[in-house]
Write a protein that binds this ligand. Structure first.
Ligand code: ZN
Length: 241
């Protein structure tokens, strides 16, 4: 099976359409949460991924948009965007997000938005967080999002996992070591590469391929301006921060 893995779309429909086109045909589509928040097209992103039969979990921004967690837990601009998103969601989008959990086991793989230890808020950035993650999971493979940084954490017999940043075009393979994998963010990359990030997982060869694709950032920024989203959120897309 060829599986497309996306995360942190953040209502960026232009980036999502570009990613799905670049990905080509896949047998399954997996999403690690944060369908919405920050960007201008929350319902369109949810609808498109549902049309493609996505299997998914919820991120902290999805949970804020439906009121499961309070937008007061976010910083200023993120809170403004969360409130804008909550108002913009259709009843159908809201009902769909309500069905999602921040962590799940799907097809023998652990999905956790932040980390397996704390799927709503914790950022998986360090060997220590990864070690705690490996202790928590019972599967060989775990997929995370939330940091918006494409990365790979490999379990090691020393107890200290190896931490790797995965630039576009890099790949790894599911082998004997257990892995925690982050595809990066479709809609708001934060590794100083503004291109949309995603991953393709080939279950036959075990290959994990991290990919990047250029999209029309100006189009998204124009729409964000039109609907009145905060200036900083508009500008950061240019720089991938
Ligand atoms: Zn996010």
């Amino acid at each position: 099976m060829r599986i497309g893995v996306v995360s942190d779309i953040h209502s960026n429909l232009t980036a999502l359409l570009t990613v799905l086109d670049d990905m080509g045909p896949v047998d399954a589509l997996w999403c690690l949460g944060d369908f919405v928040g920050y960007g201008p097209w929350p319902n369109e992103c949810i609808e498109l991924l549902r049309e493609r039969g996505v299997q998914a979990i919820a991120g902290n921004h999805d949970l804020a948009a439906i009121g499961t967690i309070s937008s007061e837990e976010f910083n200023g601009d993120a809170a403004i965007a969360a409130e804008w998103t909550a108002d913009a969601l259709t009843p159908e989008s809201r009902a769909y997000l309500l069905t999602l959990e921040p962590m799940a086991e799907i097809e023998g793989v652990t999905f956790a938005h932040g980390s397996p230890r704390e799927p709503v808020w914790e950022y998986m950035l360090s060997a220590g967080t990864a070690a705690a993650g490996f202790e928590t999971i019972s599967t060989d493979l775990c997929l995370v999002g939330h940091t918006h940084i494409p990365s790979l954490f490999t379990e090691h017999e020393s107890g200290v996992p190896q931490v790797s940043y995965m630039a576009g075009g890099s790949s790894s393979a599911v082998d004997t070591a257990r892995l925690i994998v982050n595809p990066g963010s479709v809609g708001q990359p934060r590794d100083r590469d503004p291109r949309a990030a995603y991953l393709v997982f080939d279950t036959e060869t075990g290959e994990l391929a991290w990919r990047r694709v250029d999209y029309d950032i100006a189009k998204v920024q124009k729409r964000m301006e039109k609907v009145g989203l905060p200036r900083f959120l508009i500008e950061r897309l240019t720089y991938g921060v």
